[in-house]
Design a protein around this ligand. Structure first.
Ligand SMILES: *[C@@H]1O[C@H](CO)[C@@H](O)[C@H](O)[C@H]1NC(C)=O
Ligand SMILES: *[C@@H]1O[C@H](CO)[C@@H](O)[C@H](O)[C@H]1NC(C)=O
Ligand SMILES: *[C@@H]1O[C@H](CO)[C@@H](O)[C@H](O)[C@H]1NC(C)=O
Ligand SMILES: *[C@@H]1O[C@H](CO)[C@@H](O)[C@H](O)[C@H]1NC(C)=O
Ligand SMILES: *[C@@H]1O[C@H](CO)[C@@H](O)[C@H](O)[C@H]1NC(C)=O
Ligand SMILES: *[C@@H]1O[C@H](CO)[C@@H](O)[C@H](O)[C@H]1NC(C)=O
Length: 454
């Protein structure tokens, strides 16, 4: 009797529940290493490739550099072997995360939403599976029908509908657009959490906060809460640390494209892999993926109205400016840097969290095909990637109790950018002529004239 009860009980706890992801990363460790010499760098590159270790920072073995942080996840069965090898080569390391599974478990909501939602409304301080985010979108639209509409953007590879929310105050005025997308990388759960938080904040405060009501007189917000829906669902149901989309390659022997390497900006030139097993596989061509095409088509159609493109990621605490594939700065680099610095300062004012600001190529590593770079090259003046908390202590598995502080501080950075856009392009509610392109071509023609005259 006791025995059979015991068996039933343990079976009950072992059968994987929908969101349990039991034991998948049990005792996996994340190591922090700062290689000191070229020899150490070479050994680490070899080690990462041989064991196919999951690089968290940087993402590619060739981007490992002496004097710079390296974060790698080592699967439990390899931990001892990898540590022995490091010791043999006199490479010192620190265990950043002693048990990845523990963090994964902590970031999962304890109960299903039907249980959680009975008391009070939507819980913004937990991570939500896609099914709940779909319901949230429907509800938020119903509950705020005077301001919010839900629209279809496209379909994912697995035929799921991609929706964006449009927050727009009815008016006959010509308005401009702020675009924000979240969840292009599946495992960066804090990102969709921020998009939801952002929408909530705007809706809760637009009547009482004069700044937000001013924004809404001039600007519409377009928010795509989860770009990579297939990947996000996979990260909930199969592998918490999945990054890419879910399109199959080579007869299903490998899956997924890094959608943030798939846009049409120097596609495939740097910081990518053409091997579909890689986490930075850039796809078969620019916009080869349905998710990328859906976003790119939409943005292209609206590009003359979009003043600002924001894409939210984790981790690293960075605000990244264009470009990633070249160190040549964009023409409005000073403006991009100035606004980002102000945003980072506002963010820091809340909880003291420090962000670095700069172009990917200069402060992180080079990459190509990112949505941020692409958006800027097609003419959207302000284009930023946010890499939210933290700097590696929890990495991609940021505990749920950091959702609120992370979103609060990020909100300050984002509203700083929006405020800049609003003030630059609108005064007294009128559109200020966007003279920068005109000015530039005037300057150029003067330069050409003087040059040909001399
Ligand atoms: C919408 O309103 C209902 C009724 O007030 C509430 O229970 C629900 O939590 C709201 N949903 C969202 C997403 O705000
Ligand atoms: C998506 O839908 C199309 C058209 O109905 C179908 O041909 C295709 O096989 C579906 N793809 C997947 C992955 O289910
Ligand atoms: C827009 O203009 C029309 C016609 O002038 C007017 O009837 C309508 O009330 C206006 N809508 C808003 C939201 O101001
Ligand atoms: C996929 O499978 C087909 C049929 O089995 C085979 O002809 C083809 O070479 C395979 N392609 C790859 C890339 O493995
Ligand atoms: C990518 O951009 C180039 C020009 O910059 C253009 O010729 C090409 O058609 C674009 N490709 C796609 C898939 O949009
Ligand atoms: C792609 O990468 C995997 C894993 O590193 C490796 O086993 C495979 O041989 C690579 N394929 C090609 C075509 O290089």
């Amino acid at each position: 009797m006791w025995l059979s009860l015991g068996i039933i009980f343990s079976l009950g706890t072992l059968i994987p529940g929908k969101f349990s992801l039991k034991l998948q990363h049990d005792r996996d460790q994340v190591l922090h290493i700062v290689p000191e010499t070229i020899q150490q760098v070479q050994h680490l590159q070899l080690l990462c490739s041989t064991f196919m270790l999951d690089l968290w920072k940087p993402l590619l073995p060739e981007d490992i550099r002496a004097g710079e942080d390296l974060h790698i996840r080592v699967p439990a069965p390899l931990v001892q072997e990898v540590k022995d090898s490091l010791a043999q080569h006199m490479i010192s390391y620190r265990v950043l995360i002693p048990d990845v599974q523990k963090l994964v478990d902590q970031s999962m909501p304890r109960e299903k939403s039907s249980h959680r939602q009975v008391s009070g409304g939507y819980i913004y301080t937990e991570y939500h599976p896609m099914e709940e985010i779909y319901q949230w979108m429907t509800q938020i639209q119903k509950n705020n029908s005077e301001l919010v509409t839900q629209h279809i953007l496209g379909k994912t590879f697995e035929n799921r509908t991609m929706y964006y929310l449009q927050i727009s105050q009815p008016s006959n005025k010509t308005k401009k657009i702020i675009w924000m997308d979240c969840g292009i990388h599946a495992r960066e759960w804090i990102s969709p959490a921020f998009c939801q938080w952002f929408v909530k904040e705007i809706l809760q405060n637009y009547k009482t906060d004069p700044k937000i009501s001013r924004f809404l007189e001039n600007l519409d917000f377009y928010v795509l809460p989860v770009l990579n829906i297939d990947g996000y669902i996979y990260s909930w149901e199969k592998d918490r640390l999945w990054r890419k989309s879910r399109s199959p390659y080579e007869n299903g022997t490998c899956y997924g494209t890094d959608l943030n390497r798939n846009f049409n900006s120097s596609w495939g030139s740097v910081g990518v892999s053409f091997n579909c097993s890689s986490d930075v596989f850039c796809g078969l061509g620019p916009e080869s993926e349905p998710e990328t095409r859906a976003v790119a088509q939409f943005i292209k159609n609206k590009k003359s109205d979009i003043l600002c493109y924001l894409t939210i990621h984790s981790y690293g605490q960075l605000i990244l400016t264009p470009y990633g594939s070249t160190t040549k700065p964009p023409s409005n680099n000073e403006e991009l840097m100035q606004v980002a610095k102000e945003a980072a300062a506002a963010l820091k004012g809340k909880y003291g969290t420090s962000y670095r600001v700069g172009s990917t190529a200069l402060i992180l590593y080079s990459n190509s095909g990112s949505s941020r770079d692409w958006a800027h090259t097609i003419g959207i003046p302000l284009s930023y990637t946010f890499e939210l908390r933290d700097t590696g202590t929890h990495g991609f598995v940021l505990p749920a109790d950091q959702i609120q502080p992370t979103c609060e501080e990020t909100m300050l950075a984002v509203t700083t950018i929006i405020d800049y856009v609003d003030k630059k392009y609108f005064t007294n509610g009128d559109v200020v002529l966007t003279s920068s392109s005109l000015g530039l071509s005037l300057c150029l023609s003067i330069v050409v004239l003087t040059w040909s005259a001399s």
